[in-house]
Design a protein around this ligand. Structure first.
Ligand SMILES: N[C@@H](CCC(=O)N[C@@H](CS)C(=O)NCC(=O)O)C(=O)O
Length: 207
C-alpha cells in the first residue's frame, strides 16, 4: 500500500530517470524519493512494475507510471509553469529518434564490450548523426524546438550528456558549438544540479 505522497523509484545516473526528475521538479510534485541500485532492485519496486526499469512512479491509490515520458507528461499535466508542453508535437520526432536509434548507438559506443561484435567508433559515428541534427536545429534557435525550453530539450539532453561523457576530450573537439553551449547550459542549470543531488539508498522493507 502506498502512503499519501507519490513514490519515485530512481537511479541517479539513469538518463530516463533524470528527465523524469526534471519534470517532477519543475512541476513541484512533492514525492518520496527512493534511490535504488539497478543490480539490486527492491521488491517493492518490482511488485509495482515487474519490468524492472527506472523511473517508476507509484501514485496514492497504486496507479503506476513506469515510462519516463509518461512520468513527464503526468507531472506537467498537473503543473507546467514553464510551458514545457507547449508545441509538444514539434519535438515528438526528435524524442523518438533519441530514444530509438541514438540510444541504440549510444549504448554500443559506451558499452561496446557488452555487445558482441560492436565497434565503439562505428556506433559513435552513427550516434553523431543525431548530434549533427541537433546542431543544425540549435543554429536556428536557442533550444531544440524554438527559443524556449520545451519537453524535447529535457527529454534529450540527459542522453547527450551521456554521449559527451563517454569521451569528453573527443566530444569537445567536435565542431558542434551550439550543442556544446546548449548542453552546458542545461547541465549548469539549478534544476539539473538539484535533481542530481545524492540520496541515501532506499532500504527495502521486504524480508
Ligand atoms: N522506456 C523506459 C526505459 C527506462 C530504462 O531502460 N531505464 C534503465 C536505466 S537507465 C533501467 O532501468 N534498466 C534496467 C536495468 O538495467 O536493470 C523509460 O523511458 O522509462
Amino acid at each position: 500500500m502506498s502512503g499519501a505522497l507519490p513514490v519515485l523509484y530512481s537511479f541517479r545516473r539513469c538518463p530516463y530517470a533524470m528527465r523524469a526528475r526534471m519534470a517532477l521538479d519543475v512541476a513541484e510534485i512533492e514525492l518520496e524519493h527512493r534511490e535504488i541500485l539497478l543490480k539490486d532492485k527492491p521488491a517493492e519496486m518490482l511488485a509495482a512494475s515487474p519490468k524492472g526499469t527506472v523511473p517508476v512512479v507509484v501514485l496514492p491509490g497504486d496507479q503506476i507510471i513506469d515510462e519516463s515520458l509518461d512520468v513527464m507528461r503526468w507531472a506537467l499535466g498537473r503543473n507546467d509553469p514553464e510551458e514545457w508542453l507547449d508545441d509538444v508535437a514539434e519535438g515528438e520526432g526528435l524524442i523518438a529518434e533519441n530514444d530509438g536509434p541514438f540510444k541504440h548507438h549510444l549504448d554500443r559506443y559506451k558499452y561496446a564490450t557488452r555487445y558482441e561484435g560492436a565497434v565503439a567508433e562505428e556506433h559513435r559515428r552513427e550516434a553523431s548523426r543525431f548530434i549533427e541534427k541537433l546542431e543544425i536545429r540549435l543554429q536556428a534557435s536557442a533550444q531544440l524546438t524554438g527559443e524556449k525550453v520545451r519537453l524535447a530539450d529535457i527529454a534529450v539532453f540527459p542522453f547527450v550528456r551521456q554521449f559527451a561523457n563517454t569521451d569528453r576530450d573527443w566530444f569537445e573537439t567536435q565542431s558542434w558549438p551550439k550543442v556544446h553551449a546548449w548542453l552546458g547550459a542545461h547541465l549548469a542549470s539549478d534544476r539539473f544540479q538539484r535533481i542530481m543531488a545524492k540520496h541515501a539508498l532506499f532500504v527495502s522493507r521486504a524480508a
